[in-house]
Design a protein around this ligand. Structure first.
Ligand code: CU
Length: 186
């Protein structure tokens, strides 16, 4: 049976309500800076949000078994990419593996050539090269990104995308990403 990834992105319960007692969790960095007040949100200047993502081979130990995996910036799953609607994304993906890779920005509204599905919309990222994506962020919500090359996604190339709305949220969100991992090669 091939490795299966079951991925659920969930918006989890509010964590902080001003003036109330209860658990206090760290706010995502982007949230703290952008939503201090409705006025701050209104006068916010859209940003160029840059991410440098480097994919490399690694060994992942899960359930006592060591397996080959693909880490993005040293981690599986890949890091959460945060931005705000109205920003522009500038993403560099460096392929430090010996295999062809890709990243598809799942559900993002963007020009076809940046969609990230190899052959169909975007050229594959060859070993030792960097691919640049640049697109305006025209929506908000919780999405994910993942490889569209062979079974690289099942080897760990997947992560969350969080795009905040241009107006403040009453409470911050936390992302929970669930996946499974088997001892078998995909
Ligand atoms: Cu997808």
């Amino acid at each position: 049976m091939p490795r299966r990834i079951l991925l659920l992105l969930l918006l989890v319960l509010p964590t902080l309500v001003r003036g109330q007692r209860g658990p206090v969790y760290a706010r995502p960095a982007a949230y703290a800076g952008l939503y201090s007040s409705p006025e701050a949100a209104r006068t916010r200047t859209p940003r160029l949000v840059r991410y440098d993502l480097a994919v490399r081979d690694t060994v992942l130990v899960r359930g006592g078994a060591r397996n080959h995996a693909l880490a993005t910036n040293g981690q599986v799953p890949a890091p959460t990419l945060t931005s705000t609607e109205g920003d522009t994304a500038l993403i560099y993906v460096r392929n430090n593996t010996g295999r062809t890779i890709s990243f598809h920005w799942h559900g993002m509204l963007l020009p076809n050539r940046y969609d990230g599905v190899p052959i169909l919309t975007t050229e594959p990222i060859a070993p030792g090269t960097v691919h640049t994506y640049r697109f305006a962020i025209k929506q908000h919500g919780t999405l994910w990104y993942h490889s569209h090359t062979r079974l690289n996604e099942q080897l760990g190339q997947y992560g969350p995308i969080v795009v905040y709305p241009p107006t403040p949220l009453p409470t911050p969100d936390q992302v929970v990403l669930l996946s499974d991992w088997t001892r078998e090669r995909p």
